[in-house]
Ligand binder design. Structure first.
Ligand SMILES: [Zn+2]
Length: 472
C-alpha cells in the first residue's frame, strides 16, 4: 500500500502534512502498585513453548520478577509454592485464563486526515485487541507528531501501544533526494531526530544502497514496500543485500523469483496510477515467478534466510481482492468503523486502496491463486527458520484497526503455521525485528510486564478476539 506516501515524499516534498487529532490524556486504569501477582493462570510465553500452568507471575517495577508453577491441573493449588503478596501489592485471580506477551503490529499506520480517524480511536482499537506495540511505517501526520505520541505513550499519559516510528524516506526534506550524498545526509538527520527506523518505497539503486548502508551503520532498522515503479531495477534481494531489515507486503519478491522474464507481464494499456490496473495485475504476479521448491525459488529463499531478513507479509490487507464481499460486510463495520473511514473505503478514483470499479470473479480467482503461491513461500520461509512477523496496514481496503490483526493471525494459520508459531510471529519475532527482544516479545523473568490476558483457551483465541461486543 501507501504509494500515496510515495507520491507525497518524492513528488511533493514541500507539502505541509495535515495531522489528525492526538490522543487525549489517559483517564482510565489503575496502578502502578509496588507489586502485582497474577495468579493461577495458563502461560503461553511467546517463545514457541506450549501452554503451561497454573502459574503465578510476579511483577515488580513493571518487570517480571518470578514465574512459578503452583500446582497440577485439576488439583488444589500448592500454597507453599505460591509467591507471597507484599503489603501494598495487588493480586489478580485469573483462574482458567490465559496469559500471552502483548501483540506487536509491525505495520500500524496511526491513520490520517483522509481516513478522518483521531489517534484515540486507532489506539483503543489496537489495545482492545491485545496490541501493545506498533511499528508506524510512515505517517501522514509527520515524524514529530508520531514522536510526541510515542513519548506520551511511554510515559503512560495516553492509552496507546508502544510506538516505533519509521519515517518515510525523504519525508520532510525540502528537495527530492536525487544523490547518494543527499540520501546519507537525510538518513543521519532522521536518526538524530529520534526515529527508530526508515520506511522505504523504493528509489534509484544507488540511493537505496547508500541510504540502507548508512542506516545500518547507525544501528537503525528499516522496512520497505517495494513499489512496482522501482522493482524492475531493485527488488527485495537487492534491498536485503544492502542491509534492509524487513520487507513489507510482498511486492519485489516475485520479481526476485523471476526466471523467464525480468519485468512483470503488464498489458500495454496498464497505468500504475489507475489502482484497478495496479491491483488487478498484481493478482497475476506470483504465477509469473519461479515454481515453489524449484532451484531458483530455493536459492532466493536461502539467501534471504542467510541475511537474517524479516518478512512482514500483511496478508489481510489484500484479502478483499480474493473476496470483496467478505471484507466489505465484516460484522464489526456497523458498530466500529467510523463513517469517515467507511467513506474512505468506498469505491474512489482518489482514495488509496478503493479500486472497486470493475472487480469480479475473474479478479478474485486470480488472487486466490496468488495467495496460494505467496502463502507457500511464507510458510516454507518459516519452516527453514525465517522470521515472519504480523503486520496489518489497517485503515485501507476495508481492514479495520485491531480486527485486521486477528485476521492476520488467521491467515498465517491458513498459510500453514501452527497456532504457537502464529503467536511467536505476533510476539517474539516482532520484538526481534524491532531490536526489542530483550525487553518485550516473550514472558520471561527480567522482561517488561507487557501482557495480554484472555478469558478463553488459546485454541479459541482468534474467535475470542473476533467476537463482537467483547472488546470494551
Ligand atoms: Zn502501509
Amino acid at each position: 500500500m501507501r504509494v500515496y506516501f510515495f507520491l507525497i515524499a518524492f513528488a511533493f516534498p514541500f507539502v505541509v502534512f495535515s495531522q489528525v487529532q492526538k490522543a487525549p490524556e489517559r483517564k482510565e486504569g489503575e496502578g502502578p502498585w509496588n507489586q502485582l501477582i497474577i495468579r493461577n493462570i495458563i502461560l503461553v510465553d511467546g517463545t514457541g513453548a506450549p501452554p503451561v500452568g497454573p502459574v503465578d507471575i510476579v511483577v515488580e517495577k513493571n518487570r517480571i520478577k518470578q514465574i512459578e508453577i503452583v500446582g497440577s491441573p485439576g488439583m488444589a493449588i500448592d500454597t507453599a509454592k505460591r509467591p507471597k503478596l507484599l503489603s501494598g501489592g495487588k493480586e489478580l485471580n485469573c483462574d482458567g485464563m490465559y496469559l500471552l506477551p502483548g501483540f506487536i503490529d509491525m505495520h500500524g499506520h496511526i491513520g490520517g486526515q483522509a481516513q478522518g480517524t483521531p489517534a484515540e480511536y486507532v489506539f483503543k482499537l489496537w489495545m482492545a485487541h491485545g496490541i501493545t506495540a506498533i511499528r508506524d511505517p510512515g505517517s501522514m501526520n509527520g515524524l514529530d507528531w508520531v514522536l510526541d505520541e510515542k513519548k506520551l505513550s511511554s510515559e503512560n499519559k495516553i492509552t496507546a501501544p508502544r510506538i516505533f516510528a519509521y519515517t518515510v524516506f525523504g519525508q520532510g526534506n525540502k528537495d527530492p533526494i536525487s544523490t547518494s550524498e543527499q540520501a546519507i545526509a537525510w538518513v543521519r538527520e532522521n536518526a538524530k531526530k529520534g526515529a527508530d527506523g526508515i520506511k522505504f518505497f523504493g528509489a534509484a539503486p544507488e540511493i537505496m544502497k547508500a541510504a540502507l548502508e548508512e542506516n545500518k551503520k547507525l544501528g537503525l532498522r528499516s522496512a520497505c514496500h517495494h513499489a512496482q515503479l522501482g522493482v524492475a531495477r531493485w527488488n527485495v534481494l537487492n534491498s536485503a543485500r544492502a542491509g534492509l531489515t524487513s520487507m513489507e507486503h510482498w511486492y519485489g519478491l516475485p520479481e526476485a523469483l523471476f526466471e523467464d522474464k525480468t519485468i512483470q507481464d503488464y498489458p500495454l494499456d496498464y497505468n500504475y496510477a489507475n489502482e484497478q490496473d495496479r491491483f488487478e495485475e498484481a493478482g497475476k504476479l506470483w504465477k509469473q515467478a519461479s515454481v515453489p521448491y524449484s532451484e531458483h525459488w530455493n536459492k532466493v529463499m536461502n539467501e534471504l534466510l542467510s541475511l537474517n531478513f524479516t518478512i512482514d507479509p500483511t496478508f489481510n490487507i489484500y484479502e478483499a481482492n480474493r473476496d470483496l464481499m467478505r471484507a466489505r460486510r465484516a460484522e464489526w463495520h456497523e458498530n466500529y468503523t467510523l463513517p469517515s473511514l467507511w467513506k474512505f473505503y468506498e469505491p474512489s478514483r482518489v482514495s488509496h486502496g478503493s479500486y472497486w470499479h470493475n472487480w469480479g470473479t475473474e479478479q478474485e480467482i486470480a488472487w486466490k491463486e496468488n495467495y496460494r503461491l505467496w502463502m507457500t513461500f511464507i510458510n516454507e520461509y518459516k519452516n527453514r527458520g525465517g522470521r515472519v512477523t504480523v503486520g496489518t496496514d489497517a485503515g485501507f481496503i476495508y481492514e479495520l484497526y485491531g480486527f485486521s490483526y486477528v485476521r492476520e493471525l488467521e491467515l498465517l494459520r491458513e498459510a500453514g503455521f501452527h497456532p504457537l508459531e502464529v503467536i511467536r510471529s505476533a510476539t517474539l519475532y516482532g520484538a526481534q525485528a524491532l531490536g526489542m527482544e530483550k525487553e518485550i516479545g516473550s514472558v520471561e523473568v527480567g522482561k517488561l510486564a507487557d501482557f495480554v490476558i484472555i478469558d478463553a483457551n488459546l485454541w479459541r483465541i482468534f474467535n475470542y478476539f473476533m467476537a463482537q461486543g467483547q472488546l470494551f
